[in-house]
Design a binder for this molecule. Sequence first.
Ligand code: GAF
Length: 419
Amino acid sequence: MITFYCALDRDIVVFYISLCDFVRYILTMCEITAKGEATLFEEAKQKFRSIFGKKAAAAASAPGRVNLIGEHVDYCEGLVLPVALPFTTIVVGAYNSLEECRIHTVLASGEELKTSFPSSSAEPLKPGDPAWANYVKGVLANFPVAVRGFDAVIVSDVPMGAGVSSSASLEVAFFTFLESLTGQRTGLVEKAKLCQKAEHEFPGMPCGIMDQYIVSMGKKDHALLIDCRSLQATQIPLQTDDAVILVINSNVKHQLTGSEYPLRRAQCQEAAKVLKLPSLREAHSEDLGELKRLTSDPDVIKRAKHVVEEIKRTEDAATLLPKKDLEEVGRLFYESHDSLSKLMEVSCPELDQLVDIMRSSPGVYGARMTGGGFGGCMIALVEEKYVEDVKSRVLKEYKGNPTFFICNPSDGAKILQII
Ligand code: GAF
């Protein structure tokens, strides 16, 4: 709450505001809070009724995610350690009597978009315009059975372009909605794989499996250690006592469908090929010396070093977190960031500056960029009592416009019952 002190001076009204209250007010303005599944669900159902003049018959939700550690290694069959967020995408809908899918979407910003395309039972779907519709078209095209025409409304409070997986959230929510609509159920790993395939084929983003996997299988108060080679996963309880994961959005918009992400993936594949390995997951630190002998491409060598070391850091972090060795986890976070910045070259000046602010802030164990990079979010492991100080410091020193939220690990995708 902001306090105004008001003094009447003849006909001039003067407002004084205490500095502390002002800082607190600005901090509140920079806080992003999840609306909550129940609120979003209500919003979606009402919107559906007002647009299509009938009641929704099927519904589903899927969260966003942040990755604690294990970055740019999922497409090398590595280990990753993400958590699902309380920010969600909800899809509600019902069959129509047309051979057409009509979809309205309400974004976190309040902006509304709509699209329509033939049902998958009418004709094979192809990617096209508008670009955002490719995420849902791709999922429909990869759904195990053809689906007749339907109407749907999508609402989401997952921040977009922030590296917290708004795309996977949309894909998995839409897939789960189709399961609810058709009654056709799919196993969770298979669902993640089909949604990943949809993202490869329609928006054209050659992503790894991490995002679709955690969004499908996240669990409240847990991180998920995913082995992207065997596609098996272990739930890791995330009780950090008096520490929290503070997420800071640099608000530099990231866009991964461009050339940089596919290039990183290709460079890692090249390193594995030169070493005659199926993927960099099979490489060990000794192989890095051999790689230097076999290739003269400095980028291929740097990317491989990042992947080999990041997989080890992830394995270590998954062991240290349940032991509450936060000092060591924090050290791994900083190492991971430096490697992403210097070896993988997927950070940006703004994320580097945020991490540098963390290095000299009391109460911070460690920090790193999270997600695909080139903008988006940074995470920091912070002693709870220092969180407000850390945020004030960021507001004072960071050159961009930060927004903050605390990462509360949440459940993955689910079918919602319409009552
Ligand atoms: C993006 C991709 F979609 C993931 O598969 C992963 O590679 C991540 O970047 C980097 O760790 O979110």
